[in-house]
Design a binder for this molecule. Sequence first.
Ligand code: ZN
Length: 147
Amino acid sequence: MEDNIKRSIILDHYQAPRNRGLIEDDSYIKVDTNNESCIDEIYLMVKIEDGIIKDARFDGEACAICTSSTSIMVDTIMGKTIEEAKEILTNFSNMIDEKKYDKEILEEAIVYDDIYKQPSRKKCALLPWWGLEKAIKINEEKNNENH
Ligand code: ZN
C-alpha cells in the first residue's frame, strides 16, 4: 500500500472514528487499556454472542495513531468469529514486532506496517488489540463458568 493511501486511511479514522461512544448495556464486556508512554487511554466494549463479535465500541483520550488504530480494529473485527479475531490479532502483533505475518487477513490494519520504524509509537497501535485480547479472555472465563 502506498504511503499517501495509508496516511489518508489513518487520518480518516482519526477524524471520524467508527463506533466511538460508549453505551449502557451489560451484555458487553468492558475493558480499559492505557499506554503510559503516551496519553492513550482507551475504554473498549465488546459484545460477543455465539462466538461472534457482534459489536465493538470505544471511547477515551488517545493520540492519532492509537485512535485510528482502535477505530480500524473495531471496523475489522465486527462480525468476525473469536477465532478469526484472534488470528488477526496475532498477525497484527507479528507485523508490529517485525515477525512473519499474513498481509491478507489484516484488512485496513495493514496501514501500520511500517510503524516499527517509530518504536515509541508501536504501543499506540497495539493498545486496542491488547484490549481486545483482554475482552476475549474475559469472555472465555465467563463461558467456562457457565459449563
Ligand atoms: Zn499514543
